[in-house]
Design a protein around this ligand. Sequence first.
Ligand code: FMN
Length: 309
Amino acid sequence: MTRAPEWMKQGLQLPAIAAPMFLVSGPDLVIAARRAGVIGSFPVTNARTLDELDAWMSRISAEAGEGAPAWALNMITHRSYTRFDDELALLAKHRPPIVITALGSPARVIAAAHAYGGLVLADVNTVEQARKAAAAGADGLVLVCAGAGGHTGALSAFAFVPAVREFFDGVIVMGGAVSSGRAIRAAEILGADFAYLGTSLIAAEESLAHRDYKDMLVRASVSDIVLSAALTGAPANWLRESLIAAGYDPAALVGEKTVMNLGAPEDADKKRWRDVWSAGQGVGAVTRIAPAAEIITTLAAAYQNARAL
Ligand SMILES: Cc1cc2nc3c(=O)[nH]c(=O)nc-3n(C[C@H](O)[C@H](O)[C@H](O)COP(=O)(O)O)c2cc1C
């Protein structure tokens, strides 16, 4: 944790960020994560309206308490995303200490975040994307490595982190199947400053995930994760049991390139993520539904043990 500014380390029990997850991370999870000692985050898309987003940002700023870790807003910067300008106005109003950009260049938010002292992390899947985001002025990079929940990268963390460290001196966050204290320690040893915890926190009591989704996660092991680009057009990791329950044949989805027609484009994306559930290859470490504080404290103890190895 040498390259991150001091304020990013404030209040941390673990060098980790609770990763933003569509239909999973809301204000309760962000606040619980921060209170337990990791950086919290959520994607703008989880707030149905701008008013709701405004209210969530107010709550998150106010509620975690003095000395709590920072929080991050996950923004979509793609040109086709119509709420972007209004969300940029909310950025100036609430000044989240960290902005994590996804689906597009970080360039569109860097000036706005830097104007109030915010730090921008760009989510990337390849070394080429990492170079572009670094050249655009991102302060940090989230390297989404193989095995991640949601839309996943294809590169092994063992290759990706060192390859980016060769040319990038800023903050590196490593994501993808990081679900244990040893894995968090391994991320640091590889050259990352923070680990990105997605799947580990879906079964937190404070997450927005449906109870059946959490129960399925608890039942699942790494062999139950199916990698397919067929549902959204980009490679993502899905729980096999949820694919079957939604009427898909998991074997037929592997390697499938065509995107399935699930209706109007704006509804289709939400429908896919609501009906079919995602998890990363670290799912085997999720053994019960528990408060975020318990999950994080357990990981922190294991991380300290790993540091002593
Ligand atoms: C259900 C689910 C939804 C996700 N939604 C988003 C999202 O809205 N924005 C984003 O940047 N990443 C999203 N991700 C990816 C996570 O932020 C993170 O990269 C990933 O979960 C890390 O891998 P892990 O799940 O193996 O810990 C999502 C992941 C999951 C499991």
